[in-house]
Ligand binder design. Structure first.
Ligand SMILES: [Zn+2]
Length: 145
């Protein structure tokens, strides 16, 4: 498993708003589980953008937090067309001149898990992975009577 630290409100847009493309300067060979970590930095200028509004950005939402893991996604593919200056069909979240890390099966955590992030993609410690799996298992377990 790997993790990426994403500035708010973009991390929220992945967790809750259907943002299925993560724009990064570099490609990655990683495929599979990818933790979405909200970094300590906020992209204030984008909070009023139409895209972020369409994602239902809500500063009062627990997942609008900073410095915590807020979702688990599956990194299914990386599109490098835009990085080569070519058109692609990655949709409204894709930015020009970037590699498009395509996310699927995004599951928002029931509540954030505080963690230190990094600028570059990072390897989450086993204890963090265990916490995420435990939380998601609880969240999806059928309610007992
Ligand atoms: Zn693309």
């Amino acid at each position: 498993m790997q993790a990426i630290s994403v500035r708010q409100p973009w991390a929220f847009a992945i967790a809750r708003g259907g943002k299925t493309v993560y724009n990064h300067p570099l490609p990655t060979a990683h495929r599979g589980p990818l933790l979405i970590h909200a970094s300590m930095r906020v992209d204030l200028g984008s909070c009023d953008s139409p895209l972020i509004r369409s994602a239902g950005w809500d500063p009062r939402d627990p997942l609008a937090t900073l410095g915590a893991v807020i979702a688990l996604a599956d990194l299914s593919d990386v599109c490098s067309a835009a990085a080569r200056g070519e058109p692609c069909a990655c949709g409204p979240w894709a930015e020009p001149s970037r590699h498009h890390w395509r996310l699927s099966g995004v599951r928002a955590l029931p509540r954030p898990i505080v963690a230190l992030g990094r600028m570059e993609p990072w390897q989450p410690p086993p204890s963090l992975v265990t916490s995420v799996h435990a939380m998601l298992a609880t969240a999806t377990a059928p309610r007992s009577r």
